[in-house]
Design a protein around this ligand. Structure first.
Ligand SMILES: CC(C)(COP(=O)(O)OP(=O)(O)OC[C@H]1O[C@@H](n2cnc3c(N)ncnc32)[C@H](O)[C@@H]1OP(=O)(O)O)[C@@H](O)C(=O)NCCC(=O)NCCS
Length: 186
């Protein structure tokens, strides 16, 4: 069984009092991303597709080296850990493909990136979503620290050829109908 938590941040959830500790850049042009293809670990075609649909790439730097990537999209996205598709509604965004180089973990790169993303998107009144497996403690720590609120969980299990999904731990202020508008089960 896998259990995936969906966290949301909105202007109703002000940014927690956590300060970024490293430089974060937002990149939306292919030429600007080319020096970082190794960290991005993507083919040029995939980078072009992501940029072409309007996604933004955020990079965090420690001592001048790019050590973390996170992408932000407003389009539907496959959530591997949930085995489902997340579909942001109007004025909503979804953070995906977050990754810090192993040598640079626990130095605040992800936390600083989340702070920057929240600052950028909340300034325009948008809600931001992020999904994480329940057992990914470093990720959950950073996400909760900057003020995201757990909104619901989606469990998935496969029994023989059948897929079973359950919505769990639903925030009482978030009706299940709203979840079903955003989650497409496969
Ligand atoms: C999750 C991930 C992006 C975090 O990146 P990071 O740059 O190390 O994150 P940060 O340093 O900003 O924050 C991690 C927090 O978790 C804490 N942490 C680290 N290991 C931990 C553990 N085993 N249990 C609990 N907390 C842990 C760190 O101490 C830090 O908290 P602190 O700043 O309060 O001390 C990174 O581990 C990673 O790339 N993992 C593989 C891909 C992945 O899981 N992506 C996330 C999908 S949502």
């Amino acid at each position: 069984m896998s259990l995936c938590y969906f966290f949301r941040s909105s202007i109703k959830h002000p940014l927690a009092e956590v300060k970024p500790c490293c430089e974060v850049k937002k990149l939306v042009l292919l030429d600007d991303l080319l020096p970082y293809v190794k960290l991005l670990d993507l083919s040029l075609g995939t980078i072009k597709t992501r940029l072409g649909r309007g996604d933004s790439c955020y990079l965090a730097f420690i001592e001048g080296k790019a050590v973390h990537r996170s992408w932000v999209t407003s389009t539907s996205c496959w959530v591997k850990d949930a085995k489902a598709i997340f579909k942001p509604l109007k004025n909503e965004f979804y953070i995906y493909d977050s990754y810090t180089l192993p040598r640079y973990r626990s130095q605040g790169a992800f936390t600083s990136t989340l702070i920057r993303i929240l600052a950028d998107y909340q300034a325009r009144g948008s809600s931001i979503w992020i999904a994480v497996r329940n057992d990914n403690l470093p990720s959950r720590r950073a996400i909760e620290k900057v003020g995201f609120k757990k909104t619901f969980a989606l469990s998935f299990r496969r029994v023989l050829f059948f897929k079973h999904y359950d919505f769990l731990e639903i925030n009482k202020n978030f009706p299940e109908t709203e979840i079903k508008e955003r989650i497409i089960l496969t």
